[in-house]
Design a protein around this ligand. Sequence first.
Ligand code: HEC
Ligand code: HEC
Length: 454
Amino acid sequence: MRRIVLLAAALSVAAMPLRADEAVTAPVQGRDAFSRPLPALDPVHRAAFHAGRSLFQQVWTVGPSEVRPDLDGLGPLFNRQSCVACHAKNGRGEPPEGESDSMRSTLVRLSVPGGGAGAAPRPHPVYGDQFNPDGIPGVPGEGRATLVWSERIDRLADGTPVALRRPDLRLGNLGYGPLGPEVMTSVRMAPPLVGLGLLEAVPEADLLALADPDDRDGDGVRGRVNLVWDAARGAFAIGRFGLKANQPSLRQQNAGAFDGDLGLTSPLFPQHGCTAVQTACRAAAGEDAGEAGPELSDEQLDLVTLYTRALAVPARRNTDDPLVRVGEELFAAIGCAACHAPALRTGPSPALPELAGRTIHPYTDLLLHDMGEGLADGLPDFQATGGQWRTPPLWGLGLTAAVTDRPTYLHDGRAHSLLEAILWHSGEAEPAREAVRRMPSLNREALLAFLDSL
Ligand code: HEC
Ligand code: HEC
């Protein structure tokens, strides 16, 4: 591994900080840094953004409600009563801090073997594809999910200790009997939601061009697209959303969240997810079916989808700071940028024309990468293996602490700091991680200052 030394010369090299496109970024900091609409939104879309936001913040009721029948339909089984309960301020969630704490903004996906390579995960025969702790009155919840942490000490090359904790999932008070030995689980913390419409507008061809499944360029970094079922089109499509790129579009991602997290049916997913054994759930769902149409209307799903498409990316800060500029160079030089792609371009965007034809700086390739045993969840999801995750976007990263009370990183929130998150990188990212472990501390400081400027 090449040793990158901080040289005075590096400061004079023209490391032009990437100029963010002002039409899609908001010069905002603080608690609302992830809550602004794209400045470019036209007035009609701006009004729809606000209507979508109120549905995103809505605390849904069980119903039936005579006053607001459009805002009921929670359950029969659910995780939380609103989207914002997990995505507070559109930021990331927080994992439970220990056994006495419960999962408030983290969820557990479930599966059993036999789904077949490239197929959707096979749901657990009794508990379905997601653990739903709560039920409406008369319907037993599925139980209590929490995490217990164990810690090990990792060391940087200069001997500095860094404590790395990993979670052990505990599922208790099981409402429908034992889960059985075959169950596979995946703990996922709610990710931040800025800039997603821009990621949706990146042409499929560009993602395929970034992919390198056979490592033709020999840099050890592969990257493959996930191919997932697109329910609206009735065909496979490239996945972009969800932590394993398991959803093809924001509309489907959101309909899936209404269904899986809140228990609301929609035109895209008109059936409740009760399994055959969950009789009280089925009975309650049957009563719902007597009502006209799905619980969420097409229009409501469209409004929430516009909201998630149109959240602006916060503008970068401190881009002229020499430390940040050196950090940016190191980020590219040691191979972080091989996955966290610094620049992409959006194509046409019929759904929201304001997003079309823009250069963006998301620091993701939206591709799946093998991140090694330590981060693996062992639960395959379409083309994604149990060890692969989608590169998460890093834009807005430096404002995490402003938006979220107890900021944590990675898919299950195991990392308390960006350095811890980097030290968990393994598999395809091992050389990049080793470079960070070995670099002089001033270089590490520069790299972290760069991440903090995003
Ligand atoms: C119980 C917590 C929880 C609730 C409630 C919740 N989410 Fe999420 N959200 C998550 C998690 C966890 C993920 C990652 C899912 C995955 O990997 O499959 C996610 C992913 C997303 C994404 C994709 C983000 C990305 O970077 O790919 C969007 C958009 C989203 N949620 C919107 C919503 C909407 C809209 C609602 C309300 C209908 C909602 N969420 C309710 C936890 C939650
Ligand atoms: C081989 C691809 C790859 C390389 C190389 C790589 N990363 Fe990552 N990075 C990922 C993936 C995938 C995740 C998500 C892993 C998870 O959640 O378990 C991630 C997560 C992160 C996170 C946490 C983000 C969050 O929102 O929680 C940070 C910070 C990060 N990477 C920074 C870096 C830096 C700095 C480097 C270079 C030293 C780097 N990465 C190199 C793929 C990569």
